[in-house]
Design a protein around this ligand. Structure first.
Ligand code: SAH
Length: 413
């Protein structure tokens, strides 16, 4: 086999693909076959737990024995994922007889098809064949992936082969409500990052990591939502209007929000505003500070035999306010972890309400300011003293308050 390989994109939806072998190689190959919609038949006496999970979820069919030639009847492609050369040769022969392409993990020279090194970027799939050297394929693939993840992404520059996989010109635009994560720019999701680099318009919150905005491509319209000069409700109306206007004009709009869009982020209101205007909206979840801030301070929100629950609550309305929607008395009765967002200003009355309703004063408490950023600060205390400790330490928002035994669960010494 010295001739060059001929590249193809197989459209396998509903077509039978046989995978022989139930070990590490099969475990790595099966997900992409399932993603392509293939009708996967797995032939192997034993399976890894990950393959077993696919079987249990009925994503594929498993024949729990060694390979027989008739397993290939009706198949379009076979993957040999075993390392027994004699058995593999037998599968190759059965495949050739039936004119079925055969991928061989054990011997690429005996294969009639090679699997490329692959990277995906939204709808684009890049597949690299290394001319007989799989390591070369992987290093070229890695270089392409790195390129796609930079500002120089050829899919995003206006002079690129295709301006971008964005909304086609003239068609209706769309809005993506994207969670930016808690602060560290690397804590955005891959999907969120890709959409951000493809956006025509980015509407960003105050809490969004600045470094993410630094990487936007040139020509993108950046709207700083924290600078819109109205009161809280008018500002939200104005943001909704910008999202709808730009998308209706055909733009791909990313509404970038701190943490997760649906955790105290008014993402729901923005979704409804877009939906009412007939603008397609997609939500891209983010890493929420309610879990990430404690984690960054070494606090797991749950821990075996310490806490089997965590409750996330907003502290922006004082417990004695007629506008409060929170049953602080009920929260005081819980044993588990309590995570309070936007709670610094009202912390004295919040802790008082919890104490009054019976949560012990000695319950461990911590406050994490500017979690996952260079400005992160952590104060450890107890429910009875944390409000004073925050004042004494001069902590400022944004900060997350964590109350519960988990605060001390991983502390040693
Ligand atoms: N949607 C966001 C929360 C928005 S409410 C999320 O899922 O994280 C804003 C509150 O989030 C702040 O008042 C603070 O309590 C918390 N917060 C957000 N980022 C934070 C950070 N990096 N460190 C500490 N608290 C943070």
């Amino acid at each position: 086999m010295s001739a060059n390989a001929y590249p193809l994109g197989l459209r396998l939806a509903g077509l039978r693909v046989v995978v022989v072998g139930g070990g590490a190689v099969a475990t790595r190959r099966v997900p992409a076959l399932l993603d392509a919609g293939a009708d996967v038949l797995l032939v192997a006496p034993e399976l890894t737990p990950a393959l077993r999970a696919h079987v249990d979820a009925e994503r594929l069919r498993w024949v729990p024995r060694r390979f027989l030639p008739e397993d290939l009847d009706g198949a379009w492609l076979v993957h040999v994922a075993i390392d027994d050369p004699a058995a593999a040769a037998e599968i190759s022969a059965a495949a050739a007889e039936r004119r079925i392409f055969c991928v061989r993990a054990d011997d690429r020279n005996a294969a009639t098809a090679w699997t490329p090194a692959v990277t995906r970027y939204g709808p684009v799939t890049v597949a690299v064949l290394g001319g007989g050297d799989p390591r070369r394929a992987v290093s070229v693939r890695d270089a392409i992936r790195a390129l796609l993840q930079t500002r120089a992404n050829p899919l995003l520059t206006e002079s690129g082969p295709q301006a971008s996989p964005r909304t086609p010109p003239g068609g209706p635009g769309q809005v993506f409500l994207v969670g930016a994560g808690p602060g560290d720019p690397e804590l955005i999701t891959l999907k969120g990052w890709r959409l951000l680099s493809e956006a025509d318009v980015v509407v960003a919150d105050r809490l969004v990591p600045g470094l993410l905005l630094d990487e936007l491509r040139t020509g993108v319209e950046l709207v700083d939502a924290s600078k819109i000069p109205y009161g809280p409700s008018r500002t939200q109306e104005e943001i909704n209007r910008i999202l709808v206007d730009r998308a209706s004009a055909g733009a791909t709009v990313v509404r970038l929000k701190g943490g997760d869009p649906y955790v105290f982020g008014r993402g729901g209101e923005e979704l409804l505003a877009c939906a009412a205007a007939g603008v397609p909206v997609t939500v891209v979840p983010g890493v929420t500070s309610s879990i990430a801030a404690p984690a960054a301070a070494g606090i797991p929100v749950t821990h075996r035999s310490v806490a089997h629950e965590f409750t996330v609550v907003s502290g922006h309305v004082a417990p004695d306010s007629p506008h409060s929607l929170v049953r602080w008395d009920a929260l005081a009765a819980l044993r588990g972890t309590l995570v309070i967002l936007m709670g610094l200003k009202n912390l004295p009355s919040i802790t008082q309400a919890l104490l009054t309703h019976g949560r012990p004063a000695g319950t461990p408490a911590a406050v994490v300011q500017e979690a996952t950023t260079g400005g992160q600060r952590v104060v450890h205390s107890t429910l009875g003293e944390v409000a004073d400790a925050v004042t004494a330490a001069g902590l400022r928002p944004p900060a997350v308050v964590v109350i519960g035994d988990v605060v001390e669960a991983l502390r040693v010494g």
